[in-house]
Design a protein around this ligand. Structure first.
Ligand code: PLP
Length: 349
């Protein structure tokens, strides 16, 4: 695994992780049944273990984080309802028009640093109950916040928004695709981060390293509705215990996320020392965002030729994500590549 110059160092996302040997063995030997009949013991265990970790009554295994968000929106709303969400949130920015297509809700977009709006912003946005307006119904938050550089959001940031939402009779769903990263970075139990939310979803296939899968968690009646919507969206899977077995190991992998954060920090500090400009959230996790003078896409192509892959966020920003398939020597090699680019192009930044 160490720094072979032939191996691509893939920092595009923490979704690129491949299942470990232990994970593949667990998948090969998983006890399975037909999950659409509720008879897969491994899926049932994953759902209850994840729900317990998140402090919720029940869980539902779904194929993707996108489906997790969409079944949550479907289960909380009716057609013509209003969803309040940050402009940079995954469920709005990266999921097509899915909330309007499936649930028939209107999205009201809010702004704010680190991908979160304040309780005051929400209070201003919610219109009085009146036949002229859509019915305000759901607030969606995201932790960590992906497009905001993996910002981890502490209870002091999110709790006031959730308290106000509940005072206004709105439901709250947390898109916690990387909620365990937030828990590690904030040194706060994941249960505490999800405590005031009606429902929460996590991705097993990001930094936790599973090949496939997400879990939605919440009160049992909500999960029963979500199970119906999952089927409706074509997400009812059969011997899914093969995947849930990987998911159970992924849940244990939460204990190693701190290593990714340490490497991201070292990468960030190395890039700053080379003179690159960083764009950092208030509490960072496993992502590094660098602002570039030149077109970000050009930098991506140049680095790729030198064996390092990463992505862009907009025209002049790149994003590098650490994960379990990146080690310390990969960080050194990445910094060497950036040093070379800097030297060859005095205005790279
Ligand atoms: C990746 C991601 C999702 C979607 O997960 P998929 O499994 O790729 O559909 C949802 N929300 C956030 C914040 C994400 O980062």
């Amino acid at each position: 695994m160490t720094g072979s110059p032939d191996r691509l160092i893939d920092l595009r996302s923490d979704t690129v992780t491949r299942p470990t040997k232990a994970m593949r063995e667990a998948m090969a030997t998983a006890d399975v049944g037909d999950d659409v009949y509720g008879e897969d013991p491994t899926v049932n265990r994953l759902e209850s273990d994840a729900a317990a970790l998140l402090g919720k009554e029940a869980g539902l295994f779904v194929p993707s984080g996108t489906m997790a968000n969409q079944v949550a929106i479907l289960s909380h709303t009716e057609r013509g309802d209003e969803l309040f969400i940050h402009r940079d949130s995954h469920a709005y920015y990266y999921e097509g028009a899915a909330p309007s297509l499936w649930a028939g809700v209107v999205t009201t977009l809010l702004d704010g640093p680190d991908g979160v709006f304040s309780a005051e912003d929400l209070s201003r946005a919610v219109r009085p109950d009146n036949i002229h307006h859509p019915t305000p119904r759901l607030v969606m938050l995201e932790n960590t916040h992906n497009r905001s550089g993996g910002a981890a959001l502490a209870p002091e940031r999110l709790d006031p928004v959730m308290d106000l939402a509940h005072q206004l009779n709105l439901f709250v769903h947390i898109d916690g695709a990387r909620l365990f990263n937030a828990a590690v970075a904030l040194d706060c139990p994941v249960k505490r981060l999800a405590q005031k939310a009606d429902s929460v979803s996590i991705c097993l296939s990001k930094g936790l390293g599973a090949p496939v899968g997400s879990v939605v968690a919440g009160p049992r009646p909500f999960i029963e509705r979500s199970r119906r919507y999952r089927k409706w969206l074509g997400g009812g899977m059969r011997q899914a215990g093969i995947l849930a077995a990987a998911g159970l190991i992924a849940l244990d992998n939460r204990r190693r996320l701190g290593d990714d954060h340490t490497r991201a920090k070292r990468l960030l500090e190395g890039l700053l020392a080379l003179g690159y400009q960083a764009w950092a959230p208030s509490v960072a996790t496993n992502m590094v965002m660098i602002d570039t003078n030149r077109a970000a896409e050009g930098l991506v192509q140049e680095a790729r030729k030198a064996g390092v892959a990463f992505g862009t966020v907009g025209t002049h920003r790149i994003r590098l994500v650490t994960h379990q398939d990146v080690d310390d020597s990969d960080i050194d090699r990445t910094l060497a590549v950036f040093r070379g680019i800097k030297r060859s192009l005095s205005d790279a930044g």
